[in-house]
Write a protein that binds this ligand. Structure first.
Ligand SMILES: NC(=O)c1ccc[n+]([C@@H]2O[C@H](COP(=O)([O-])OP(=O)(O)OC[C@H]3O[C@@H](n4cnc5c(N)ncnc54)[C@H](O)[C@@H]3O)[C@@H](O)[C@H]2O)c1
Length: 265
């Protein structure tokens, strides 16, 4: 019998978290470490990744910090090889890194094409390349589990951030593909679609008045925290979710299913 993952649930597993220098990725790296995983904390910001890994190491966890720009396939291959060499294999992947530029990722007419390319290369192609690099290593260990981080933006029609929304929709389809194609290898893949989660980046994109409105509209009456996402990723990567495969799990407090209609309620 397995239940809710507790400390020790990921004992012996090796996990890679991308975009883990701050925000949701850093919280997820910490949570996976608490569950017992040996964690590779990776980020384009190598110093940031190193600082998170050192803090976790100071708390007694087995971690390593590595620089990795997921938009560069050679860097991804080198990082995954380094993790394999350091820990002896790879069992778990959380592709959390993502990028957009609110100023240049606009509507279909205005989106800057360099931004479009970079967003897709980081968020979507980065996911494909990571998956491609970890699959043989997971197969060699008899299986593994993958979580790809999407966004509520993947399934709504936003007025702006067209590149970001398209990249996240692509990640959701990649997740279903991996789940269907590699389940027989003992590899599960699921997607987590966060709603508004209060990180520094998210706060920069939505001014305070907008954040207050979002909290007010949420059925739970608050914004999400990085731990809200980290705990769900920990569950999906653990054996507690052994029969969960190919799903997109919205973690938004119920915001998307309970839109408030201005002036009606
Ligand atoms: N915060 C939210 O409200 C929210 C909502 C929906 C989805 N998400 C998703 O959750 C994830 C984390 O969001 P966050 O708010 O913690 O972001 P964040 O900006 O706080 O952290 C993202 C990290 O990714 C790193 N990164 C960016 N480009 C990279 C690249 N090319 N290679 C490697 N690392 C790179 C950054 O250096 C940063 O450390 C992202 O996938 C984001 O799209 C966040």
């Amino acid at each position: 019998m397995t239940g809710v993952p507790a400390p020790g649930a990921l004992d012996g597993r090796v996990a890679i978290v991308t975009g883990a220098a701050r925000g949701i990725g850093a919280a997820t790296a910490a949570h996976l470490a608490v569950l017992g995983a040996r964690v590779a904390v990776t980020d384009k910001d190598g110093d940031g990744a190193q600082a998170v890994a050192e803090a976790l190491g100071g708390a007694g966890h087995d971690t390593v910090g590595l620089p990795c720009d997921v938009a560069e396939p050679d860097a991804v291959a080198a990082m995954v090889a380094a993790v394999g060499a350091h820990f002896g294999g790879v069992d778990l992947l959380d592709h959390n890194a993502a990028w957009t530029d609110f100023r240049t990722d606009r509507d279909a007419e205005e989106v800057d094409l360099d931004t479009w390319d970079r967003v897709l290369r980081t968020n979507a192609t980065g996911g494909l390349v990571l998956v491609r690099e970890v699959l043989p290593r997971m197969r060699a260990r008899g299986g593994g589990a993958i979580v790809l981080i999407s966004s509520g933006s993947a399934s709504i029609g936003e007025h702006r951030r067209v590149a970001y929304g398209v990249s996240k929709a692509a990640i959701e389809q990649l997740g279903r593909h991996v789940a269907a194609r590699y389940g027989r290898d003992g590899i599960r893949c699921n997607v987590v679609a966060p709603g508004f989660i209060l990180t520094e980046t998210a706060a920069r994109g939505v001014p305070e008045a907008g954040r207050l409105r979002l909290a007010e509209q949420n059925p739970l009456g608050r914004l999400g925290t990085p731990d809200d996402i980290a705990h769900v990723v920990g569950f999906l990567l653990s054996d507690s979710a052994a029969f969960v495969n190919g799903q997109v799990l919205r973690v938004d407090g119920g915001l998307a299913i309970a839109p408030r209609l201005a002036g009606i309620d």
